[in-house]
Design a protein around this ligand. Structure first.
Ligand code: ATP
Length: 599
């Protein structure tokens, strides 16, 4: 069976379900749909973005209580009376309120790292829970009852069977927009958050904004789920919005497979069914006093996490025959309009200037009074023995790090106070000594991250797939740069499956994708074979002839001597020599310090 028929069959089953299944099963399916919506947000936030949140249940509560308050309070304050009694207006207000709260909480907590972020989510999760339980206008711990049913196209959705269609229709839309978003320029930036933030910033991605975007989307999904829940139950109290439910949502994500959209559905389904099944079975086995299901449930979760740490969805999909599992190749439209190019500075123009740069790490001086210049149409090498301070210097030059003293100027502008993102937008691009790519993403998508600043379509257009024209242009550029560096036959491979040398070349393609006027290459020839080094040398010569300025750190002296125009030599953080390759090769200080006296 062709896999493209699967969504049609799934939709058909969804339409038929309320007609053939008993009410109890529909109630379970409703819960699965409601939970999946929340877990989908966690897939974005935790699975893709790498940020663990225990507080999603509080956003569910925000959506539920906003609607409960607005649709049941007899005497609303005058300024809110326009919204009284309408679940749809309450939904709108709930989403706006959730967005405001999420942006505030996100601004406060998303800069936290390590275990502080999950602790932060626990803190605000508990706070909101207590607000729901203690406000008398929200019914305290007793809650609010008598919520009206939702009405849609004149049909009153007053039964679980009817709400089923609304819940699952909203879930299907949420899944589609999540998948659209992830397969876009914005999505690549989001997917770079987990493990690639330094690289992404150097490619011009505002990583804090990307974090905030997924935090906001996950909160909105949760709030929407809360609204649906409130009008399905027509009653709310604080219990389903506490920390324990927040943990359950996280379990669902982990069990299903936190990194995949379908894992959300599987996790929510399994956990809901499992709880139900244990609640029915255990009292028969052990009697009804004592909550044995909590213990059994906990043990099963630990077991599942040991046997399938990535979640059940990836484990189950690995059982599917390989021909059905093949990654869908991204199509590249060769007729897409090419992206505009930056006008390169005139050959010989001063591009980069380091003026007496010093960088201290405590007592260690990694760079001491370092000055160097790079001009358009010139390749300069920065060489020196291990630990001389070359990579530290690269970080000062590209604004990844800030000099303790001295100044770096790029295109005549001081980089003081500038972020690596701003520097990238000015036309500087770089590769890293320790390759920084996203190993499970395709080679093409990795390189397309380099073109981030050359597109401008935002989250909404991405979610609605209205950025396809721009996306085609970005992908065409990525494919062109990959052809150019000789990786054209690997476009659709996983980047992590390339040999290390090829991964370095991939980084050059990614840097070129940003259309820079200055390239900083950290050990580009490391791990390359002889012919690959020759091809790299030819490429860099071609770039130089086009007017590109190139600064490279390299240990392979044969490669450097035959390629570059000038060499700057470092030792113990200081410049010990500068000149043409022939001069450096015969410089006694360099021979002694760096080449150890060898010819
Ligand atoms: N963040 C840091 N904190 C403390 N010390 C650091 C830091 N980064 C670099 N150093 C130290 O600065 C010195 C220079 O390191 P750097 O990596 O810049 O040298 P390098 O010339 O690039 O070496 P290699 O060729 O081995 O990569 C080393 O002694 C290193 O331990």
């Amino acid at each position: 069976m062709k896999s493209r028929y699967l969504p049609v069959i799934a939709l058909l089953l969804l339409v038929l379900a309320p007609l053939v299944l008993p009410t109890f099963q529909i109630t379970l399916l409703n819960y699965i749909g409601l939970y999946t919506l929340v877990v989908l947000g966690l897939v974005l936030l935790t699975g893709v973005g790498g940020m663990t949140s225990f507080g999603q249940a509080a956003f569910v509560g925000l959506g539920a209580y906003t609607s409960a308050y607005l649709t049941t309070t007899a005497q609303l304050p005058e300024w809110l009376q326009w919204a009284a009694g309408s679940p749809w207006l309450a939904l709108l207000i709930g989403l706006v309120l959730t967005a405001v709260v999420a942006l505030l909480l996100g601004a406060m907590t998303l800069r936290l790292s390590g275990h502080y972020l999950p602790l932060g989510t626990i803190a605000w999760g508990i706070s909101l829970y207590y607000v729901f339980g203690t406000l008398t206008s929200l019914g305290g711990h007793t809650g609010v009852s008598g919520l009206p049913s939702v009405e849609l196209f004149g049909i009153v959705l007053d039964k679980g069977e009817k709400m089923f269609y609304l819940i699952w229709a909203i879930l299907v839309v949420a899944i589609v927009i999540t998948r659209n978003l992830l397969n876009s320029r914005e999505g690549r930036a989001i997917r770079a958050l987990k493990g690639g933030q330094l690289m992404a910033e150097a490619m011009g991605v505002n990583t804090f904004r990307s974090k905030l975007v997924i935090f906001l989307i996950s909160a909105l999904f949760a709030s929407l789920s809360g609204w649906l829940y409130a009008h399905t139950q027509r009653f709310v109290n604080p219990t389903p919005f506490g920390l324990s439910m927040g943990i359950d949502y996280l379990f669902m994500a982990l069990i299903g497979g936190v990194a995949t959209v379908w894992g959300a559905l599987l996790g929510a389904g399994i956990l809901t069914m499992l709880k139900q099944w244990l609640q029915d079975l255990l009292p028969i086995l052990f009697g009804s006093d004592g909550q044995y299901e909590t213990i059994v449930f906990g043990l099963l979760i630990v077991l599942m996490m040991q046997k399938a740490p990535g979640g059940l969805f990836p484990m189950l999909s690995s059982l599917v025959p390989a021909r059905f599992r093949q990654r869908k190749e991204i199509s590249i439209n060769s007729n897409a309009e090419s992206l505009p190019r930056r006008e390169l500075p005139k050959s010989g123009q001063l591009i980069l200037e380091a003026c007496e740069v010093t960088r201290r790490f405590g007592g260690l001086v990694a760079n001491n009074n370092m000055s160097l210049q790079v001009h358009a149409g010139e390749i300069v090498a920065l060489i020196g023995p291990n630990g001389a301070g070359k990579s530290t210097m690269f970080n000062q030059l590209s604004a990844v790090d800030t000099p303790s003293d001295g100044e770096v100027k790029f295109l005549g502008q001081s980089l003081k106070g500038k972020t690596s993102r701003e520097v990238a937008s000015m036309g500087m691009s770089r590769t890293f000594q320790h390759v920084k790519l996203l190993p499970t993403m395709s080679v093409l998508e990795n390189v397309a991250i380099g073109a981030h600043l050359r597109g401008n379509k935002g989250v909404l257009s991405s979610a609605l797939h209205m950025e396809r024209e721009e996306e085609q242009r970005l992908l065409k550029e990525a494919a062109y740069q990959l052809e150019r560096v000789g990786l054209g036959e690997y476009l659709h491979e996983e980047a992590g499956s390339l040999a290390l040398g090829q991964q370095r070349i991939l980084e050059i393609a990614r840097a070129l994708c940003s259309d820079p006027c200055l390239l900083l290459l950290d050990e580009p020839a490391a791990g390359l074979r002889y012919l690959e080094k020759q091809a790299l040398g030819d490429l860099l010569r071609k770039l130089r002839s086009e007017g590109m300025a190139i600064l490279l750190v390299e240990h392979d002296m044969d490669f450097v001597m035959g390629l570059v125009d000038r060499i700057v030599v470092m030792e113990f953080g200081e410049k010990i020599a500068e000149g043409l390759p022939v001069e450096i090769q015969t410089n006694p200080r360099v021979l002694e310090a760096y080449l150890g006296g060898a010819e």
